[in-house]
Design a protein. Structure first.
Length: 277
């Protein structure tokens, strides 16, 4: 099977590509600025070359900022993929989509995948552990302060390596069709505990600073985040603060037959690699 990986240079995409190629599976990795082919989910003229000869595809929406028409991009791409002969879809969704009614921006994508008429698997991960080292929270870690409205609540951060391994299994193995996997780490930890663990690993003080939700929204908007997206993001942190973070799930074990990687292992490996130096 030829595998198409959207977001092939992203947190999960590049890890999926690495695993597929190491196992000898044909891979086409695409992204807007890098990849095997020029590809833009917002430009349907780039879709046909990417889909040519593809039998399985990993889908993800790279932009959840609420721009007009973005909610329809994955559904339209799903239709094009099925028409081109793709027989298996794996969608990167998010925790809580099923409980968010029709308001979550990924709800249309999930609906389209389920209604595609071909094999499908949906991945709903919790917050990525790699957010501390590769994107959203890296600046806070390096500055020594993670300013987030999460209080002392906990959530089971999931390692992107686990997400990638589940995605590869769903793309290349039978037995995952029609499954929705809730992917989490093995235990819930607070941002304060996460900061302490990272601080111990790198030998300096890192702390979580709680902030009021309204202040956090204002700061996000000031940094260019649309107000509705800022409120959605803040609501996710507030859920953690209120004890409504993701419950620990057995999705990784169901898909792979093993326990998920502990946050401590992620911290040790990331610190050893120098990502927080």
């Amino acid at each position: 099977m030829t595998n198409l990986i959207l977001g092939g240079n992203g947190k999960t995409g590049r890890r999926i590509v690495r695993r597929l190629r190491a196992a000898g599976h044909p891979v086409r990795a695409v992204a807007r600025t890098t990849g095997d082919l020029p590809f833009d989910l917002g430009d349907p003229t780039t879709w046909a070359p990417a889909l040519d000869g593809v039998t399985a595809a990993y889908l993800m929406e790279p932009d959840l900022r609420g721009s007009a028409g973005h909610g329809a991009r994955i559904p339209r791409f799903v239709a094009a993929a099925v028409a081109s002969g793709v027989r298996r879809l794996v969608l990167l969704s998010a925790y809580g989509v099923g409980e968010a009614g029709d308001s979550h921006p990924l709800k249309p994508a999930e609906q389209a995948v389920r209604a595609s008429g071909i094999d499908w698997t949906i991945l709903r991960p919790d917050w990525f552990a790699q957010n501390f080292s590769e994107s959203f929270w890296l600046r806070g870690v390096l500055s020594g302060e993670l300013v987030l409205p999460a209080g002392d609540g906990g959530t089971p951060f999931v390692d992107a390596e686990d997400i990638a391994e589940v995605a590869v299994a769903a793309l290349t193995e039978d037995g995952h069709s029609g499954r929705t996997y809730q992917l989490t780490g093995p235990r819930a930890i607070s941002f304060g505990e996460a900061a302490d663990l990272i601080g111990e690993a790198v030998g300096r003080t890192i702390r979580h600073v709680d902030v009021e939700p309204e202040v956090f929204v204002e700061r996000q908007v000031a940094n260019g985040v649309p107000a509705d997206v800022a409120r959605l993001l803040t609501g996710l942190f507030v859920a953690i603060r209120d004890g409504r973070g993701s419950p620990v799930s057995d999705g990784v074990e169901l898909a792979l037959g093993r326990a998920p990687r502990p946050f401590e292992d992620y911290v040790a490996e990331t610190a050893a690699a120098g990502h927080w130096d």
